[in-house]
Design a protein around this ligand. Sequence first.
Ligand SMILES: Nc1ncnc2c1ncn2[C@@H]1O[C@H](COP(=O)(O)OP(=O)(O)OP(=O)(O)O)[C@@H](O)[C@H]1O
Length: 256
Amino acid sequence: MSLLEVDDLAIHFGGVKAVDGISFAVEPGEVFAIIGPNGAGKSTIFNLISRIYEPTRGRIRFDGQDITRLRAHDIARLGIARTFQNIELFDHSTVLANLLMGRHSHRATNVVQDILFLPKVRREERAHRRKVEEVIEFLELEAYRGKMIAGLPYGVRKVVEIGRALAIGPRLILLDEPASGLSVEETQDMAFWIEDMRREMGLTVLMVEHDMSLVTQVCDRVLAVANGRPLALGTPAEVQGHPDVQAAYLGTERAS
Ligand SMILES: Nc1ncnc2c1ncn2[C@@H]1O[C@H](COP(=O)(O)OP(=O)(O)OP(=O)(O)O)[C@@H](O)[C@H]1O
């Protein structure tokens, strides 16, 4: 069974058909990319899957469960985590604090229990810390643990954002342009993190990405979209060579 199934998904903003009849399925352990020119609808598809937007029509299933109408924080609890195109971290908190915030969807204690700092709260706190320390070790963030986000280089902040998503212990991670703003070397490191997420953590990865060198290196399959509509689905080589995809990119500098 596919881990994520998207069926005839659509959202219209007034007259703009931002997403209009998108279907695809992501298999467990797969690294799957959505590509397309600017304004194609890629981020909107992510916002629909992570339940920030309400679809005009269509269905989203995760592990066989219909999640089309679930609330965003229930999505996280089910095991879907995401990063954002414009990094969304708390700039004036430390790396450790940001990663711990990523665990919030898992809190099983209530406010009164928290205030009294009952044993259950302490146990839960220790479990959160253990998970976060695992992520810090996995992403080699030890040197940055106590540092404020605001003072960190852009490339490190991107890795911390991935860390915050990993801290929830997801089965599926949505990466919105993981290579944007990164140097060639940092993009290569990102490719290694993505491969390790799959290999060592058993994660399934769905990403939106413009950098075709990263897509070709790490993705099993690619869906190309333009104007909210599907263009081609297949291996990176098949999709890049598809005449409709080449036509959609004609005159743009990206996807080269
Ligand atoms: N909340 C919104 N209200 C109105 N229009 C929107 C909204 N969100 C997205 N759109 C429109 O939907 C279309 C798709 O936008 P989207 O951001 O999903 O594209 P994208 O493929 O992610 O582009 P990019 O590669 O530049 O990030 C655009 O025409 C955009 O203006």
